[in-house]
Design a protein. Structure first.
Ligand code: PEP
Ligand code: MN
Length: 275
């Protein structure tokens, strides 16, 4: 029987990131820029989302489709992300691209992200499974739900039970109107099959900022344990993923609406924000 399965462990796993809990009725909003660009950018975004976001995201090592696109600030980006998180009391998550990075990054951040392009990088999965920080595992661009669960199984089998799954859109026939097709049916299916928390990334899932709000709400409505949303103060000037980034004030308004929705969904039995 697989470690990720509900049969193996019927009760929901609660993943703890810093002091933030995800799963078992606790919802978390992860927000921040696609990439850390400079000190002013990440500090300003962290300042403007704190109180509404629970976890700060920001890419330092970026998996870009083109080798000529901005590749992230690397070590310096990591340092700036950690500094911004500390300054505003937010735990931080960032992506690791290679096995060699894992230990060094894990020492500094609160959660490690495995990106869609690395969902089946088994050496990397084993490596993040062999360390103690929680892992955010994103679904591959063309991965089935079973493949996502087996990727998570690698991490659990290597000794790390703290895994959050993330639906971030898959390749279908969406053409140019959306970047991917956000597979919201994956959420209730995953919630039935596994005890691990499931969150949704409507930013990469759609590629368009004006689709993020409706799909974030839909994500909670279908049972997601949280959302991950890209936020930038100047989306037009962003070095990556500007078109899908919300301005901080829009993120704050959305988070308030998500709290209200969460309260409705819980039948007022619990608070909305990470309650
Ligand atoms: C990201 O969240 O920074 C990212 C690169 O997303 P994905 O791996 O889902 O494309
Ligand atoms: Mn991005």
């Amino acid at each position: 029987m697989h470690l990720v399965s509900r049969e193996y462990k019927p009760e929901d796993t609660v993943v703890t990131v810093g002091e933030v809990r995800i799963g078992g009725g606790h919802r978390a909003y992860i927000a921040g820029p696609c990439s850390v660009e400079d000190e002013g950018q990440i500090m300003e975004i962290a300042r403007l989302i704190q109180g509404r976001a629970h976890i700060l995201r920001g890419g330092a090592f970026k998996p870009r489709t083109s080798p000529y696109s901005f590749q992230g600030l690397g070590e310096e980006g990591l340092r700036l992300l950690v500094q911004a998180g500390r300054a505003f009391g937010l735990p931080v998550v960032t992506e690791v691209l290679s096995e060699e990075e894992v230990e060094r990054v894990a020492e500094q951040v609160d959660m490690l992200q495995i990106g869609a392009r690395n969902m089946q990088n088994y050496a990397l999965l084993k490596k993040v499974g062999a360390q103690k920080k929680p892992v955010l595992l994103k679904r591959g661009l063309a991965a089935t739900i079973e493949e996502l669960l087996l990727a998570a199984e690698y991490i659990l089998a290597a000794g790390n039970p703290q895994v959050v799954l993330c639906e971030r859109g898959i390749r279908t026939f969406s053409g140019s109107l959306t970047r991917n097709t956000l597979d919201l049916s994956a959420v209730p299916i995953l919630k039935q099959l596994t005890h691990l928390p499931v969150i949704v990334d409507p930013s990469h899932g759609t590629g368009r900022w004006n689709l993020v709000e409706p799909l974030a709400k839909a994500a909670l409505a279908v049972g997601a344990d949280g959302v991950m949303i890209e936020v930038h103060t100047h989306p037009q000037e962003a070095l990556s993923d500007g078109p899908q980034s919300l301005k901080p004030e829009r993120f704050r308004a959305l988070a308030a609406e998500l709290d209200a929705l969460a309260e409705f969904l819980d039948g007022r039995s619990r608070g909305g924000a990470n309650g």
